[in-house]
Design a protein around this ligand. Structure first.
Ligand code: ZN
Length: 344
């Protein structure tokens, strides 16, 4: 089949790959409709690796996907041919200790699309376990369905923060993950989000999504803004979604005493950690790695209209233009948030 194949760093082609995918009794075959381009896809394209995961053999990219069920395994009861669906890209071993403890995202045996050596889904069809395939509500488009994957990360962060109604949150970084984390924080009960970045067009877009106060950190100090809003107390939660070293250095500054910092963004290098700054506030610090069974909640919020991701989908490319789409994603203009590829 025709697929977008990464041979090695910087070598991306739309070419033919032969993938033998038999349909198991608990699997479905899905015709792919839309695939979002993720920061991780772009990083494999530019660097050929992410940490210990190295592209050694040609690999199909793409893991944020939606599509239509075209074939159903014998034992599958909750899906049928023609269903519009989105898919969770990580498949754990259901018998593993991590899975049985309810944190299957941390299963060392998890197989995740477009993470070497597992192929991604920028191709016409994929076979996937039905248990990790979710029907889209009628009012949720394929484009929105392909946004469930990044939204699930923001939702997982909001769950880990243990938001209380009325909390004030800071979200550092107005990229796709920062934006969906802001939406998840508001849906989870935050009264307001202070969204930080240095790219004004991204902040302007963020401000249209709800009670979100943009803070351009090139000109304003987010800790000061948080104090002004709270009579000097500080924000209840800080979600760090930028992975930026300077943002991380100031992680605890906007936080209130007893508040919670959630680390979502991944810095490219190890960074210093100010223990005392965390101690004097008795900060609770949480870490996020993907998500575990968050898709049903994300789809419920989209279906009810409580979360609207449509304004975040800024750029569309045809499958035939996939290589151009990745060149675009490497040099993303500040007005863009999420680029998606549509299959014919
Ligand atoms: Zn992603």
């Amino acid at each position: 089949m025709e697929a977008l194949i990464l041979e090695e760093a910087h070598k991306l082609t739309l070419g033919d790959i032969s993938l033998d995918e038999p349909l198991g009794p608990r699997d479905v075959r899905i015709a792919i409709h839309t695939v979002g381009i993720c920061g991780s896809d772009v990083h494999y394209f530019t660097h050929g690796r992410i940490g210990p995961f190295i592209v050694k053999e040609p690999m199909v990219l793409g893991h944020e996907a939606s599509g239509t069920v075209v074939e159903v395994g014998r034992d599958v009861t909750h899906l049928k041919e023609g269903d519009r669906v989105c898919m969770e890209p990580g498949i754990p071993d259901p018998t593993s200790r991590a899975s049985r403890l309810g944190m299957y995202n941390l299963d060392p045996a998890v197989r995740f699309w477009a993470t070497p050596p597992v192929h991604g889904v920028l191709r016409p069809t994929v076979v996937h376990p039905a248990d990790f395939t979710f029907r889209l509500p009628d009012n949720v488009s394929f484009a929105e369905g392909a946004m469930v994957e990044p939204l699930a990360v923001g939702m997982h962060a909001a769950i880990k923060a243990r938001i209380k109604p009325g909390d004030l949150a800071v979200v550092m970084g107005a990229g796709p993950i920062g934006m969906v984390t802001a939406l998840a924080a508001l849906a989870g009960g935050c009264s307001q989000v202070l969204l930080t970045d240095t790219q004004q067009p991204k902040l302007d877009l963020g401000a249209t999504l709800g009670p979100i106060r943009p803070v351009n950190v090139a000109r304003e100090d987010v800790a000061q803004v948080a104090r002004e809003i709270t009579d000097g107390w500080g924000a209840d939660i800080v979600f760090e979604c930028s992975g930026n070293e300077r943002a991380l250095a100031g992680l605890f500054e906007p936080l209130c005493p007893g508040g919670c910092a959630v680390l979502v963004g991944m810095p490219l290098q190890p960074i210093p950690y100010d223990v005392v700054a965390a101690q004097i506030k008795e900060a609770r610090v949480e870490h996020v790695f993907r998500y575990a069974h968050v898709y049903p909640r994300a789809l419920a919020l989209m279906g009810s209209g409580r979360i609207n991701v449509k304004p975040l989908i800024t750029d569309k490319f045809a499958f035939a233009d996939s290589v151009r789409a990745f060149d675009f994603a490497v040099q993303m203009p500040p007005t863009s948030v999420k680029a998606q590829i549509e299959l014919p």
